[in-house]
Design a protein. Structure first.
Length: 330
């Protein structure tokens, strides 16, 4: 900094103000200092500045798995939103959500020095880990949950499910079958419960629930079972990957979509429009989820009041070519 000050003909204090973006520096002086920095190859010492300010410009992200489409897209959105705010992201995957694993992740984040933590993990997994989350670091949890101990940002699972079910009923289908996600997932349970409630409110029969594990393979296996049900003319799949396997199974079984069976997915993954046929699905706004997670984390970090409650990001139905009125109706 002293070398830059000598070359620019200013004080070290002025160099410091330029480095920190202080508004009191005139534009001509700022340009003079920046030219000197560039000529000397000067870079502000971010570690030293962080220690001085007590702010590291870094958000830590702990997550359980990167195999989930939702987790990957949420992480991508968090990274983009953090970058827009001038923050970096440090990622720490936890292979198994145990007390030891979670404690280790928080310890490592503490050693790496982060200003806030975003946890991409369903709350029941946090509870199962019996972890006392640190109280001196702002924490926001992404994913589904009903716990009020943490600030939670989630998409509207119930609203999206109801839109899917009512779309199929409005087309004239007598009822809607459901290909659910794994029972240990809160999101899967919430969608399955909303599906059943929507049918009962319309006084429709509730078919036996068929369960998958979020993968296309499980959707294919479930699809072979559903194809053998002659009364099955409409299916709501709990995610798009299972819907992909479901489409293949129905095709192989000679029950074309949507002529014989209508299918609605959930997520609106980037490839959903390229399925055969293109998939009608429920769009989750992962970009908005990531933005709100970062915003809530930064608000807490700055001492602004943020209630410990759930924020629901709205979903929307995306109509494509995998749904139609049942055969014999127009």
């Amino acid at each position: 900094m002293a070398d830059v000050a000598r070359l620019a003909g200013v004080s070290s204090q002025t160099v410091s103000r330029v480095s920190n973006g202080h508004p009191s520096v005139t534009e001509s002086t700022r340009r003079q200092v920046v030219r000197a920095m560039q000529e000397l190859g000067y870079r502000p010492n971010s570690a030293a500045r962080a220690l001085k300010r007590g702010e590291f410009r870094t958000i830590g992200v702990i997550l359980f798995t990167l195999s989930s489409t939702g987790n990957v897209r949420t992480l991508e959105a968090i990274s983009a939103s953090a970058a827009q705010e001038g923050y970096a992201v440090t990622l720490l995957p936890v292979s198994v959500p145990t007390q030891a694993g979670m404690h280790g992740a928080f310890t490592r984040l503490g050693e790496l020095a982060v200003d806030a933590i975003i946890v991409i993990m369903e709350v029941h997994l946090l509870d199962a880990a019996t972890v006392d989350l640190p109280r001196d670091v702002p924490i926001v949890v992404a994913q589904s949950g009903e716990d009020d101990l943490y600030r939670i940002v989630d998409t509207d699972q119930v609203g999206g499910t109801r839109d899917a079910v009512h779309h199929l009923l409005d087309l004239g289908h007598r009822t809607v079958w459901h290909l659910a996600g794994p029972d240990e997932s809160f999101a899967a349970r919430r969608r399955a419960s909303a599906w059943e409630q929507a049918l009962r409110e319309e006084d429709r029969a509730v078919p036996p629930l068929v369960r998958g594990d979020w993968t296309a393979d499980s959707g294919y296996r479930a699809g072979l079972r559903l194809a053998a049900e002659p009364d099955c003319t409409a299916i709501f799949a709990a995610n798009d990957q299972m819907a992909l396997g479901l489409l293949r199974a129905l095709h192989e079984a000679g029950r074309p979509v949507p002529a014989a069976v209508s299918v609605v997915g959930f997520d609106d993954i980037p490839d959903a429009g390229s399925f055969l046929p293109p998939l009608t699905t429920i769009h989750q706004d992962f970009t908005e989820v990531g933005r709100r997670l970062v915003t809530d984390a930064l608000r807490q970090m700055r001492g602004e009041p943020v209630a410990h409650s759930r924020t629901l990001v709205p979903t929307r139905l995306v109509l494509r070519q995998s749904t139609a009125p049942p055969a014999g109706q127009s």
